[in-house]
Ligand binder design. Structure first.
Ligand code: URA
Length: 299
């Protein structure tokens, strides 16, 4: 397009949205439109009323981060955040991490089935990741699966679908499974955190710890024959590994968390499909690990 070509307002809006998306801005933090002019006018009026010291004291100005609408009657304590009035779930945003972890443990432990665990997770508001996520991505696949994969965190496609590993990484995972004669439908798939971190940033250690009891309980309830962690963050969180993925991939260990004494699940780590999409030359290593996995499954 040359500089003389007029651009339609629709094209301009599309170009702006595309520019935001490329910059990593792909979520809204609030649905209601905010009228900043009305907020400023209301704040100015409140300040003038306070300065004039009238008997009828001015109402405090509406919190600047709140939506521009008339003040509701005072809410009962503890008050939800002003954003709670939007279409997002009301979320406790300041739960200390250790309380959130204890709460997550308690809720996860009391779930006796995957359905109960999903419900417990959907009801849990101790992790701030859920504020920006569209859906809770719990897990996919049968409760009786022999093979279970744990990835890191849902991405954009998973957040939209509410199902783990449905985007490009998931499609590669499906092809990897097919290559060793397995169907995705026969496999259980989940992540260390069930909510997409904003802009696909890695989950923080605190977010991972808060969500860990839920994924641990999911492993316990499925109790697969083989557990595979995809990528280093998953291996670190689930298997407690301190070494990098290149050192631990293809090695076998035993997972015992939450299982009865003497019970274990054979566990290993593999390169994450997202990494393989960026580094296709490393697929040869993944192929070796897949063959090891196939041999172990048929033991
Ligand atoms: N990457 C992950 O770790 N998990 C998904 O569900 C998708 C991509």
């Amino acid at each position: 397009m040359n500089a003389e070509t007029p651009i339609s307002s629709r094209d301009a809006a599309v170009a702006l949205l595309e520019w935001y998306r490329e910059a990593g801005i792909d979520v809204l933090l609030g649905e209601p439109a905010r009228d900043r002019f009305a907020e400023t006018a209301a704040e100015g009026a409140a300040r003038r009323a306070a300065a004039s010291g009238g008997a009828a004291r001015a109402q405090p100005a509406q919190r600047s981060e709140g939506p521009a609408r008339p003040e509701p009657p005072p809410p009962p304590p503890p008050a939800p955040s002003a954003e709670g009035a939007s279409s997002f779930p009301s979320v406790r945003v300041a739960v200390p991490d250790d309380i959130a972890v204890a709460d997550a443990r308690e809720r996860a432990r009391s779930a006796a089935t995957l359905d109960e665990l999903r419900a417990a997770l959907e009801d849990f508001d101790g992790c701030n990741l859920r504020i920006t996520a569209k859906t809770t991505v719990f897990g996919d696949g049968p409760q009786s699966a022999e093979l279970m994969f744990v990835g890191e965190a849902p991405g954009r496609d998973e957040d939209i679908a509410g199902v783990p590993f449905v985007g490009r990484s998931g499609q590669l995972l499906n092809r990897m499974l097919e290559a060793i004669g397995l169907e995705r439908e026969a496999v259980r798939v989940t992540n260390t955190v069930p909510w997409r971190p904003p802009g696909n940033r890695p989950p923080t250690p605190a977010e991972t710890q808060i969500c860990l009891p839920f994924v641990q309980r999911q492993i316990e309830l499925v109790r697969p024959k083989i557990l595979v962690c995809l990528g280093s963050p998953s291996a670190k969180a689930i298997l407690g590994s301190s070494e990098g993925i290149m050192r631990i991939r293809g090695r076998w260990t035993e997972y015992a968390f939450g299982l009865e004494a003497g019970q274990t699940i054979a566990a290993t780590a593999m390169l994450h499909p997202a990494y393989l999409l960026r580094q296709p030359a490393q697929k040869k290593l993944a192929w070796r690990d897949l063959l090891g996995l196939k041999a172990r499954l048929s033991d």
